[in-house]
Design a protein around this ligand. Structure first.
Ligand SMILES: C[S@@+](CC[C@H](N)C(=O)[O-])C[C@H]1O[C@@H](n2cnc3c(N)ncnc32)[C@H](O)[C@@H]1O
Length: 323
């Protein structure tokens, strides 16, 4: 029976550790070459409730110049570092933080780290909801940078395949003409992931203001770590990476500075251990059902947009939105 206790003090033999405090204090205790995946979403230093109001882009850069060498040190050769990151917005200027991370690794750290961390994917995580902008296009994506430590690594694609839109497609010419053309397990999820973000009505929502959904670390854990492998999240927040690690039967090490979020993370991880945690399964985002009232274009919008009848029929609306 695997151990089910969540330890607060790190020991290498623990199955689950959730340290209440500064990640740097935790990281210094971890042996070199011992962790399979470090997955996190760091503070963006933009005035969130869990950030010091004085924190800014310089804070972000300094923190990462200190952090990435520690992550590199503890990663197993062939292990992965996955950074989920968005934009630093100040005075209406948007700055892509993945660019900052890339620059730190390539220009501001040692040659060993620059050559040792190999960028495998820049994944675009896209979602349907968020703030609506009136002076620029509304932001509906963030980024996940996936680096491996060294050139040899394992990638279990079959564990994260997603359903094809048209699984019945067949080769239409050549030797395989008439045979099914897709993989029976599904298709590669690609480097664009359409996964709902955790807003008010999301089944995973807690009091934490910036959770990522379980599916994000879950896909990375499944494809990039072995069974029983070790996953670490230095900025654990509400414990999402811990929950994903437990669901996927991996070991977990995390740290969280805020006592309030620590308590949430601990509870969610306990619930994951007992099989009672709520999370959204990795299923495709479905298109709206045009038969439901809220999916129909209201008469008022039709009047404003001056849609003609043929257009309405083409998008399956029927005249005046009534079907
Ligand atoms: C963007 S949130 C992470 C959210 C997380 N991915 C989730 O799904 O809940 C960043 C978290 O890092 C925590 N934090 C900030 N500085 C920290 C530090 N030095 N050590 C540990 N945790 C820290 C913050 O309190 C915050 O909860």
């Amino acid at each position: 029976m695997p151990e089910s206790k969540i330890h607060t003090r790190y020991k290498p033999e623990n199955r689950f550790t959730l340290y209440k405090g500064d990640c740097f204090k935790l990281l210094e205790k971890i042996e070199p070459n011992s962790v399979d995946l470090v997955v996190t979403s760091p503070p963006y230093c933009m005035g969130k409730s869990y950030e010091d109001p004085k924190d800014d882009l310089t804070t972000f850069i300094k923190q990462h110049i200190r952090l990435i060498p520690e992550v590199y040190r503890i990663l197993n050769p062939g292990g992965s570092m996955c950074w989920q990151i968005g934009y630093h917005v100040k005075n209406s200027t948007v700055l892509p933080l993945d660019y900052i991370i890339y620059d730190i690794i390539n220009r501001q750290l040692s040659d060993e780290i620059r050559d040792g961390l190999v960028l495998r994917n820049r994944i675009v995580w896209t979602f349907g909801h968020g703030l609506n902008s009136s002076k620029r296009f509304s932001g509906r994506h963030e980024i996940i940078l996936w680096y491996t430590k060294g050139s040899e690594y394992d990638f279990d694609l079959d564990s994260v395949r997603v359903p094809q839109k048209y699984p019945g497609k067949r080769h239409y010419k050549g030797e395989k003409k008439g045979e099914l053309s897709g993989n029976p397990l599904g298709k590669n999820p690609s480097d664009v992931w359409d996964v709902p973000n955790v807003k008010a009505n999301h089944i995973e929502k807690t009091e934490h203001p910036c959770q990522f959904p379980v599916v994000i670390p879950q896909r990375l854990i499944k494809s990039l770590t072995p069974q029983n492998g070790i996953v670490l999240d230095p900025f654990a927040g509400s414990g999402t990476s811990g929950v994903a690690a437990i669901i996927e039967k991996r070991r977990f090490i995390g740290s969280e500075l805020s006592p309030e979020y620590y308590a949430i993370a601990k509870k969610r991880m306990d619930n994951a251990i007992s099989g009672e945690v709520s999370y959204r399964e990795d299923t495709p985002v479905i298109e709206p059902d045009l038969k439901t009232a809220v999916a129909r274009l209201p008469d008022e919008f039709i009047a404003v947009r001056k849609l003609d009848e043929s257009y309405q029929r083409a998008i399956g609306l029927g005249i005046g939105g009534k079907q």
